[in-house]
Design a protein around this ligand. Structure first.
Ligand code: CU
Length: 352
């Protein structure tokens, strides 16, 4: 009886745990809340009149198309020797999840394990045949039955509240202003397409051991062309695949999303600070599954814009910024950056 009521309660609690996230998952996503205004650098159009005082400088910085791959920081965004914990997190969701693991789940698991172990030892020694020749015949104890039903339920509710909260936050869609990156898994490399920036695609292959060492990066994580994104801004990542199922996964950003052929999965990512963050394909996808690493490079907005131009892509507001110096011919016509951008605009295909 007691066991039956206990299992029934646990069964119910488990049902709540399992169905609640499902119900949340099936709720249609709320319409994007008013999009946070993109950083001021995104809208040079409104700044253009004010820049009259130094049009050449404005044009040079607005049309900067220089890019040098950022050197990774040792131990940041990558696994470390003898590491047994999660990697240090660089997104708010990651920090939340890491807190849930180390400050909620782990203490509860340790406490329950120690309690059960202590009870086991107590029973083994206190009630062994030699010390307790006449065993008790008691079969029911209402107080104990209520306690061992209620306590597990309360523990599960305590775990469910932050778990469901985290789950709901992970389903929050990106705002309309977010930068979109379409991630395509191929056998066996990644492609990153930027539909908001001229729809160019960056193909990313693993570096050989020799090249990785030469560039000061970890072998089997370093790639020739990284997925470059702006830091501190919402990014809409859409994953898909061209052949078999892959999984786009970057542990230090708390990001993992399957890339399935014929289907697009979407998830928002906000990286707290600039840096290089490494990951790997996390779905067994064939012979070279272990050799299609991921390198995400988060840059400040102005540097991201410059990278987009270096790839032959377009940056919102560039047309206005490019037109502004034309009004002051003497200052702007010979700016090398402007020439570079014009050349890039004339031959975007060649730049790729
Ligand atoms: Cu794969």
């Amino acid at each position: 009886m007691a066991f039956a009521s206990w299992t029934k309660s646990i069964g119910f609690a488990a049902l709540v745990l399992v169905t609640a996230p499902l119900a949340l998952a099936q709720t249609p996503p709320a319409p994007p809340v008013t999009a946070p205004t993109p950083s001021t650098q995104v809208a040079p159009a409104t700044d253009a009149p004010a820049a009259d005082a130094a049009p050449a400088d404005a044009a040079a910085s607005a049309l900067d198309s220089s890019y040098t791959p950022m050197a990774p920081t040792a131990g940041k965004g990558m696994p470390v020797d003898k590491g047994i914990d999660f990697q240090k997190q660089y997104s708010e969701l990651g920090e939340y999840a890491h807190w849930l693991d180390t400050s909620v789940l782990l203490p509860i698991i340790v406490a329950i394990s120690l309690l059960v172990l202590a009870l086991l030892f107590w029973v083994v020694f206190r009630y062994r045949a030699a010390a307790n020749p006449n065993p008790s015949r008691v079969t029911h104890n209402t107080t104990i039955e209520v306690i061992w039903t209620l306590v597990p339920v309360l523990i599960l509710v305590g775990v469910a509240v932050p778990s469901i909260d985290l789950l709901a936050k992970q389903y929050k869609p990106a705002p309309a202003s977010a930068v979109t990156v379409k991630v395509t898994g191929y056998q066996w490399y990644w492609g990153y397409t930027y539909p908001d920036n001229g729809d160019f695609e960056v193909v990313s292959n693993m570096l050989t051991e020799e090249d990785a060492i030469k560039s000061g990066e970890p072998f089997q994580l370093a790639v020739d062309n990284r997925m470059v994104v702006p830091a501190g801004e919402p990014i809409r990542i859409i994953t898909t695949a061209s052949d078999v199922i892959h999984s786009f996964s970057v542990p230090s950003l708390w990001f993992k999303m399957d890339a399935v052929p014929g289907r697009s999965n979407e998830k928002m990512l906000i990286i707290k600070e600039p840096g290089v963050y490494y990951g790997q394909c996390s779905e067994l996808c064939g012979a070279r599954h272990g050799f299609m690493p991921i390198a995400v490079e988060a840059l400040p907005r102005a540097k991201f814009d410059a990278w987009v131009r270096s790839q032959g892509g377009t940056v919102k507001g560039d047309e206005v910024a490019a037109a502004a110096p034309a009004a002051v011919p003497a200052a702007a016509t010979t700016t090398p950056a402007a020439e570079g951008a014009a050349a890039a605009a004339a031959a975007p295909a060649a730049a790729q």
